[in-house]
Ligand binder design. Structure first.
Ligand code: UTP
Length: 402
C-alpha cells in the first residue's frame, strides 16, 4: 500500500485533496522516495534501548591528567602537527528548545558586544592551532534546513580568521516526522515535514558527501566530533588526543564528574564488555548511587558530546545499522484545514540516530575527565537550566569578556 492510500495518514490525504493533480503527482514521487519503515520504530520505542549488562569503566581523572600533562600534550601536539587530526562540528540540529529560526551557531552570546557561538568555537580551536602551529581541518555538518544560512554566515564573517581551505560543510540526511499516532505531518500541502535524522549519521553523511577522499588525502587518523551548543568546548584538545593515543584505545570521550547521583546525564561505562553510555533513565537506583571505596560514584562520569574516534574504525563501522531513537519534539506543520501550526509543546516524534551509540561500536574508549566549569556550558534553552544565561555566567567565569 502506498502511504497516501493509508486512511490513517490524514495529513497527507488532506493536502492531496487541496492539491492540483500536477502537485499531487510531484508529491507522490517524493513520498515514494521516503523509507516509511522508519514509522515502525514508534511501536518499538520502549525497547530500542533494551540493554545488556552494565559495568563501571575507569576514567582518566584530573589528578592523573595533571601528573602526565607533558606526556599527553606532546603526543597530542605531535598528532596535530603531523596533520593526523580533524574535527567535526555537529550543527545540523534544529535547536527547537532554543526556538531560534536560524542556525544555533549564529546565536549572539555576547552582552556588550557581538560574539557568536560559531565564533567562540573557532576561537577555542585557534587556541590549539596557534600553539601547534598547524591547522586542523574542520568539517561542519548542517541540514537542508540550515545549510545555506550557515555557509552564508561563515562567508560573511570570513570564517572568523580560520583558513577557508580547512573548513568544509556537508549536509546530513532528513527523515519524516509524525504525530503521536504515527500520522505523518505535512510542512505545506506539497512538502512532508522532514527533520534532520539525528547526530549519529554524521560519518555516513560525510561519506555520502564524498569527503572520505578529503580525509584520506589529508591523512587524518583521528576525528574529534563535538556539539555546536557547548560554547566552552575545547576542540582538538592536545591533552585529550594525547591521552587517547597513549592509552592505545580507538576512541575517547570527554566526561564530567556527576554533580549528584540523580543528575540527568548519560554515564560512560561498559555494556556487555564494550564501551557504552547508560542514559540516566536506564540506571537503577542501585547503579546510580553505588560508590567506590574512596567514596566516588562508581558510575560517576557523564558524557558531554565531545568524542575522539579512530578514523580507521569509523570506516569499518560506517555501514553498520545504528539504533533509531524516537524523540518527542515540537514539530511545526499544517493542520487538516491547511493552517500553519507552531506548537508550544511537543506534538509528535522525530527519528534520530545518536552519536553516543557509536561509542558502543568501538572496542574500547577512554573516559577523559574535564572540569565542568571550564569545558561544559551547553546552550539548550534561552533561560533556566543549560541556557544562554547559564552559559554566559560560565564564560565570564573562564575570563571571556562578553
Ligand atoms: P540536540 O540533541 O541538543 O538537538 O543536539 P538540537 O536539535 O540541537 O536541539 P533541540 O533538542 O531541538 O532543542 C546535540 C548536537 O547534535 C547536533 C546539534 O546541532 C547539536 O550540536 N545535531 C542534532 C545534529 O547535528 N543533527 C541532528 O539531527 C540533531
Amino acid at each position: 500500500m502506498k502511504i497516501w492510500e493509508d486512511e490513517k495518514q490524514v495529513y497527507i490525504r488532506a493536502s492531496m485533496e487541496r492539491n492540483t493533480p500536477e502537485q499531487n503527482a510531484a508529491l507522490k514521487e517524493r513520498l515514494e522516495q521516503i523509507d516509511w519503515s522508519i514509522l515502525e520504530h514508534i511501536q518499538r520505542k520502549e525497547t530500542v534501548n533494551e540493554r545488556g549488562v552494565f559495568a563501571p569503566l575507569e576514567a582518566v581523572e584530573v589528578p592523573e591528567i595533571e601528573a602526565r600533562r607533558d606526556e599527553f600534550k606532546a603526543a597530542g601536539l605531535d598528532a596535530i602537527r603531523a596533520g593526523k587530526v580533524g574535527a567535526v562540528l555537529l550543527a545540523g540540529g534544529q535547536g527547537t528548545r532554543l526556538g531560534l529560526d536560524r542556525p544555533k551557531g549564529t546565536l549572539n552570546i555576547g552582552v556588550n558586544r557581538e560574539l557568536y557561538l560559531f565564533e567562540q568555537l573557532f576561537r577555542n580551536l585557534m587556541d590549539v592551532t596557534d600553539e601547534a602551529g598547524a591547522y586542523v581541518p574542520m568539517y561542519i555538518m548542517t541540514s537542508n534546513i540550515n545549510h545555506k544560512d550557515t555557509v552564508t554566515f561563515f562567508e560573511e564573517h570570513h570564517y572568523f580568521g580560520y583558513p577557508k581551505d580547512y573548513v568544509k560543510f556537508f549536509i546530513q540526511e532528513m527523515v519524516p516526522a509524525c504525530d503521536h499516532e504515527g500520522r505523518v505531518y505535512m510542512e505545506s500541502d506539497t512538502e512532508v515535514a522532514m527533520s534532520p535524522n539525528g547526530n549519529g549519521g554524521w560519518f555516513g553523511s560525510m561519506v555520502s558527501a564524498g569527503l572520505l577522499d578529503d580525509i584520506h588525502a589529508r591523512g587524518l587518523e583521528w576525528i574529534n566530533v563535538f556539539a555546536v551548543d557547548n560554547c566552552l568546548q575545547r576542540i582538538a584538545d592536545p591533552l585529550f588526543i594525547g591521552a587517547t593515543i597513549v592509552s592505545g584505545c580507538e576512541s575517547g570521550a570527554k566526561v564530567v564528574r556527576k554533580a549528584a547521583p540523580d543528575e540527568k546525564v548519560g554515564v560512560l561505562c561498559t555494556e556487555d564488555g564494550k564501551p557504552s553510555i547508560a542514559e540516566y533513565y536506564e540506571m537503577t537506583q542501585e547503579m546510580a548511587t553505588a560508590r567506590k571505596e574512596n567514596g566516588d560514584l562508581l558510575y560517576g562520569f557523564g558524557v558531554i558530546l565531545n568524542y575522539l574516534f579512530s578514523e580507521k574504525k569509523l570506516e569499518q563501522i560506517a555501514d553498520a545499522r545504528m539504533p533509531i531513537h524516537v524523540v518527542e519534539k515540537k514539530i511545526p506543520h499544517i493542520d487538516l484545514e491547511g493552517n500553519m501550526v507552531k506548537p508550544e509543546q511537543p506534538n509528535g516524534y522525530k527519528f534520530e540516530t545518536l552519536v553516543l551509540d557509536m561509542v558502543h561500536m568501538m572496542d574500547d574508549c577512554i573516559p577523559y575527565e574535564v572540569v565542568r566549569e571550564r569545558e561544559f556550558a551547553p546552550i539548550k534553552n534561552l533561560h533556566g537550566v543549560d541556557s544562554l544565561d547559564t552559559a554566559r555566567e560560565l564564560l565570564k567565569g573562564c575570563g571571556v569578556t562578553l
